[in-house]
Write a protein that binds this ligand. Sequence first.
Ligand code: UTP
Length: 405
Amino acid sequence: MDYSRIKEKLEKYDQLQLLRFYEELSEEEKEILLTEIDNIDFDLINGEEFIATDGDITPIEVMTLNEIAKSEEEFRSYGIEAIQNHKVAAVLLAGGQGTRLGIDGPKGALNVGLTKELYIFQCLVQNLMKVKEEAGTWLPLLIMTSDKNDKETRDFFEAHDYFGYNREYVNFFVQEMAPATDRNGKVYLEEKGHISLSPNGNGGWFVSMQKAGLLEKVKAMGVEWINIFAVDNVLQQIADPVFVGATLKSGQPIGAKVIRKAAPEEKVGVLCLKNGHPSIVEYYDLTEDMMVEKADNGELAYNFGVILNYLFKVKDLETIANQQLPLHIVNKKVPYIDDDGNYVKPEEPNGHKYENLVLDMIEMMSGCLGYEVVREKEFAPIKNMHGVDSLDSAREMLSNNGVEL
Ligand code: UTP
């Protein structure tokens, strides 16, 4: 690797700090560091940050629990038939680092059991297994990891015999990474000879899956719909036949599971329309008037929050695959090597990660079926150890749902 070319690149982007410890490295380490720097796309971190534009935000119709109940059996049999015809695959988004939880290793390997072992991955697989039992067909389960947890995730599934799932239907793929920086946009070193890289957000899942050859693989099996879901919701219902049936029957390119807001000011991303397209508006982008605005039926007009469980039509995903997703700059805890060469593991967010988010894919679609689910039965995210959306609250919800811990 040509040192002077790399140095020039760093000078151009004002990132020379990356060579601070260069002289201390062995020849081999020097080569690795230069290659890593060569691969950095500094334009990405200098890119324009996504700022929610004003757009014309209006409420979206959501299929409520009552409406679902009226057609439940019809939706269920339609969904089951689609699953039996191998039209549905599930994609588990497990590439995140779970920095708020602060554990090492894959989040899905967290044991939520109290008297026995019950891992997050296990809860998810067991939920999918219920659908397999009902349909009598295995569904492809694709698991997105990142370089940070890929091997551990695969080993974990292997060590637990895939929690009883048919391993022939399980595939892993690795998402892409982006450099992590301090708050001034300076890329951190994670070791003296390694730059700090972190997963580039959950929005890259479709492209990474395509690059791994898995899209072609599942399409060849007949897959036309993909249910993506977050790793940390232990009550997550995956490829839920009623949801599948309702979405397919609706003629929309996506279905989004939503929960009714607990209060107008609840901090959830709200499903709505923006300039006529489905969109998720963050709670801080809803004006106070909108927060309390009422619909004709007397309920809140912006009343439904998303839970990161979407059913996408593959054809429509393919048409947006080449479009650039907006860049989100997120405040996170980023371990780094300080000026004196010490490794620092911060307790509080100290830096920026650069992410594309799946919610931006929603806005690229022509329509969306919002599909209401019961929060107490389907939404127990584990973001923190204690408090709101935590291991503690998820344990309580699991046991309220009759899961033995
Ligand atoms: P979160 O936004 O909660 O991020 O991810 P996180 O990395 O898990 O946790 P924090 O914010 O650092 O505490 C929502 C879902 O998206 C996945 C996560 O694994 C989770 O299922 N995700 C997130 C990815 O697959 N890749 C990413 O780069 C980021």
